[in-house]
Design a protein around this ligand. Structure first.
Ligand SMILES: Nc1ncnc2c1ncn2[C@@H]1O[C@H](COP(=O)(O)OP(=O)(O)OP(=O)(O)O)[C@@H](O)[C@H]1O
Ligand SMILES: [Mg+2]
Length: 362
């Protein structure tokens, strides 16, 4: 290989993606600076080593590189995993393999063009639930009315028929009526979720909202669940939509209870939180945030389930709609707040709701 033109050398060194030249035997001959940064190792570690060291355990990729070396075939954007030796971690990459043609126009190896896809993948994961939300908006609004109208006729007719039929047939119609009501409730929640949220702002006492919910829940789950509340008495009143926030905490408390089928402890905690990261610097109150935590000693959430918590219709429950958390997130985000879920399978879940004391545009 002759001495490279200095401009080309600089271009190769400046590219932020990895460029790796490999020999006919499949060992690494050259690599640009970005390769070292991407794989977090100096070139001494991988020069003259098989290319497979950077992408271990991926026979399909190896076969494609082999095919390029043997037959001069190019492959575009193969998905793979790069390996960082120092931390024994992997990261997603997209690789293009081209035959390397020497000055005599002869194939003499292969060039790998490696792109780190970590950020792209993260962005895709973050935006996925939101894509689903916006699709859901259009879809559900259209569908909901189509379903709701016949549903009214179905349950209306069932009620009428129930009155006319002898009692031994009632139980069948009760199922029709009960299930129609369930579908109706689900559609209402979906519509609620799909419509833009207009908040009805007022000054609210979050403790009062929590107590109202807990009072009801305590009555229905007396035996199995221990309820504990640890409130910060100095917590200020906040600006928010009381009914919507009640919906949020009701969803979260119900989730916590449903996660403890064999009983357990449900703790509700409140405290003051100074959020230095909040955007507005103008009004000192706008930087103040309260934190409400719903803590259960239930089943916990697996890492796989955790990824989809806020995706509409994602549920692990036979009777669940998978709308509680996405709807809660929507309401909290409309209040410029955030929800954080911390959980370990087997040792319960802690859901944190951060809410600013004052709304931005108030
Ligand atoms: N406190 C919790 N402990 C364990 N798993 C939870 C908890 N909260 C939520 N989850 C998991 O997140 C999933 C989604 O919750 P979400 O509230 O959105 O829907 P759902 O409870 O299944 O149904 P819905 O609330 O619509 O009746 C649940 O099915 C459950 O797997
Ligand atoms: Mg729920």
């Amino acid at each position: 290989m002759g001495e490279a033109n200095p401009v080309f050398k600089n271009i190769i060194a400046s590219i932020v993606d990895g460029i790796i030249l490999i020999s006919r035997e499949g060992t690494i001959l050259h690599a640009n600076l970005a390769t070292e940064e991407m794989f977090q190792q100096s070139r001494d570690h991988f020069l003259n080593r098989p290319a497979g060291d950077l992408f271990p355990g991926q026979p399909e990729l190896q076969n494609k590189i082999e095919d390029t070396l043997q037959n001069g075939v190019a492959y575009h954007q193969i998905e793979g995993q790069g390996h960082r030796r120092a931390h024994s971690t992997t990261f997603p990459v997209s690789i293009t393999v081209s035959p390397y043609i020497n000055d005599q126009n002869q194939p003499e190896g292969a060039v790998l063009y490696v792109r780190d896809c970590t950020l792209a993948q993260e962005l895709e994961e973050i935006s996925r639930p939101f894509d689903a939300i916006s699709h859901l908006g259009t879809l559900s609004l259209g569908m909901a009315h189509e379903i709701k109208n016949p549903l009214v006729s179905i349950s209306g007719s069932a009620q009428l028929l129930r009155r006319k039929l002898p009692e031994e047939h009632h139980k069948f119609l009760d199922v029709v009526i009960k299930e129609s009501e369930r579908i109706n409730r689900m559609i209402d929640r979906m519509l609620n979720f799909a419509r833009p949220l207009d908040l009805d702002l007022e000054t609210i006492n979050i403790h009062q909202i929590l107590e109202e919910i807990l009072l009801l829940e305590k009555q229905s789950h007396e035996a199995a669940i221990q309820f504990e509340s640890v409130y910060d008495p100095s917590l200020p009143q906040i600006e928010g939509d009381g009914d919507r926030l009640k919906q949020v905490f009701l969803n979260l408390i119900q989730n916590a209870i449903e996660a403890m089928p064999d009983g357990g402890t449900l703790k509700v905690l409140t405290r003051y939180h100074t959020d230095y990261a909040v955007r507005s610097q103008v009004h000192p109150d706008r930087r103040k945030t309260i934190l409400v935590e719903i803590v259960d000693t239930g089943l916990g959430i697996t890492p796989e389930n955790m990824k989809h918590l806020f995706t509409p219709f994602h549920t692990t429950k036979s009777q669940g709609n998978g709308l509680g958390l996405p709807l809660s997130l929507k309401i909290v985000e409309n209040h410029h707040g955030k929800i954080k879920v911390i959980s370990q399978p087997g040792s319960g879940t802690r859901v944190q709701v951060y809410l600013p004391v004052k709304q931005e545009n108030a």
